[in-house]
Design a protein around this ligand. Structure first.
Ligand code: HEM
Length: 461
């Protein structure tokens, strides 16, 4: 079949297109290149070619699991130094992925997630209490506080461990190690092997952080094995769960890999989602009013219950629309199964093993799907009656198929609950009404320097 070359910006010898990517904000560079080069382009980064796609049409092709599958490389590949072949970082063919997937899918099922409701509410109440006590003059570090919330929620629900982040200014040392591990993972992926001797101190810290995280996790696993506990947390699912197919248990190392994986995969993404959502709600007073009105009508002054989560269509739409414009895990990567390769878009050749990166920010703004106002945050377009009519694979913030997000129901319950609870208790205002969104990027994205204020609504003391 005839193919045409995939457009590619002119690069430099050796480094290729590395200068086209801003290391502080790679996702913005990738978006800008998409605006310049269109729905598909390729970059050569230190001699390795990667293809980037930006339209729903091409996304729909690469989401066909018969033709394409996840490939772990770049920053995700570096994380394998710490979390091995855990669910997030396993290659498709690795046995441990299949084993852990079969053992853990039931643990993330609707009943089990609903049984975590009270623990989630425990941590959300700590957030409400903090904001209430500090009062309306306090400037809320939005993203930091939501990160305290999501981390503490994960640690409690995943392994019955309390980081108590709301009670200290300093975060738990595990969090410093995890943050540095993620940062260094990204940095290591961006430099060529011949630069390694210049980064010995960074590398030493990277491996020290890994050792610390694994030791703490290992102690938690040992304690559970020695003192079993009747709870439905994820640790119990991993310690006691048996693969229905092979009858095997997860190994001690695999349990540690996955425990750290949940903390990594689940906290920044959900905290970013809540932070962006409040940014957009405060920029759109009409939507804010509708969301708060929905909470008042459905929950009123009652204490939120699990059944309320499914009775809040407008807030559901706000979260969906936020993940459309700001997918907090902004890209995922696949490669063709076929050898020597496959053709996308009817004319672009992609080799087997070559990474194809879906740039979610661009796919989610495809004007052929979302229209001329695709860049605007408008929750109405995500109400069920519209959402269910979207063309296939036009909204993919949780990834695709079997390698899509196992934690989606967990994140959804948490984000819905927290949005509803804080709207129920507080009136919010931006700290700086002139603030315009800026983005901070690690493996995930978050708003940068976004602060707000919260005053208790009437009737709460
Ligand atoms: C996978 C997004 C919350 C655990 C993924 C993927 C995306 C994603 C895009 C696919 C990555 C890829 O293809 O490389 C999100 C977003 C979240 C969120 C936007 C919140 C708003 C969570 C939570 C957990 C979690 C709360 C854990 C409790 C995982 C795991 C995988 C994954 C383990 C790997 C699944 C596999 O390949 O088997 N997530 N996630 N995520 N996520 Fe999430």
């Amino acid at each position: 079949k005839d193919t045409v070359p995939i457009p590619q910006p002119k690069g430099y010898p050796l480094v290729g297109n590395i200068t086209d990517i801003d290391p502080e904000l790679p996702i913005l560079s990738l978006q800008n290149l998409a605006k310049q080069y269109g729905e598909v382009y390729s970059l050569s980064l230190f001699g390795k070619k990667r293809v980037f796609i930006s339209s729903q049409r091409l996304m729909n092709e690469i989401c066909d699991e018969k033709r394409f599958g996840k490939i772990v490389q770049a920053a995700l590949g570096e994380l394998r130094n710490g979390i091995g072949d855990g669910l997030f970082t396993a290659q498709n063919h690795e046995e441990n992925w299949h084993l852990a997937h079969r053992v853990l899918v039931p643990a993330f099922g609707p009943l089990n997630i609903a049984s975590m409701f009270d623990d989630m509410k425990d941590i959300a109440s700590q957030l409400v209490l903090k904001w209430a006590r500090y009062g309306p003059d306090n400037v809320i570090p939005t993203t930091d506080d939501f990160t305290r919330l999501t981390l503490d929620t994960l640690a409690l629900c995943a392994m019955d461990y309390r980081f108590n982040s709301f009670y200290t200014d300093e975060m738990h040392p595990f969090i410093a190690s995890m943050t540095n591990f993620l940062k260094q993972g990204g940095a290591r992926a961006r430099r060529p092997a011949y630069m390694a001797p210049f980064y010995r101190a960074d590398d030493a810290q990277f491996f020290k952080d890994i050792e610390y995280m694994r030791k703490l996790s290992s102690d938690i696993v040992d304690r559970r094995v020695e003192h079993p506990k009747e709870t439905k947390d994820l640790l119990n699912a991993m310690v006691n769960g048996k693969d229905p197919k092979s009858g095997k248990h997860l190994s001690h190392d695999s349990i540690i890999d996955n425990m750290i994986t949940f903390l990594i995969a689940g906290h920044e993404t959900t905290s970013g989602l809540l932070s962006f959502e409040f940014y957009y709600l405060l920029k759109n007073p009409e939507a804010y009013r509708k969301a708060q009105e929905e909470v008042d009508r459905v929950i009123g002054k009652e204490s939120i219950q699990a059944h309320h989560i499914n009775e809040l269509p407008y807030i559901t739409a706000c979260l969906r629309e936020t993940l459309r414009l700001q997918p907090t895990a902004p890209a995922f990567t696949v490669t063709p199964h076929a050898e020597p390769g496959d053709v996308i878009g009817g004319k672009y050749w992609v080799g087997h093993g070559e990474p194809v990166v879906a740039i979610l920010h661009q796919v989610h703004r495809d004007p052929t799907v979302y229209g001329a106002d695709a860049d605007e945050w408008r929750p109405e377009r995500m109400l069920d009656e519209n959402f269910n009519k979207l063309p296939p694979n036009s909204w993919k913030p949780f990834g695709n198929g079997a390698r899509g997000c196992i934690g989606r129901p967990f994140a959804w319950q948490e984000a819905m609950m927290v949005t509803a609870m804080v709207l129920q208790y507080f009136d919010f205002a931006p700290d700086d009404p002139q603030y315009d969104l800026q983005i901070k990027s690690t493996l995930t994205i978050k708003p940068k320097d976004f602060f707000m204020r919260a005053s208790l609504r009437e009737g709460w003391t």
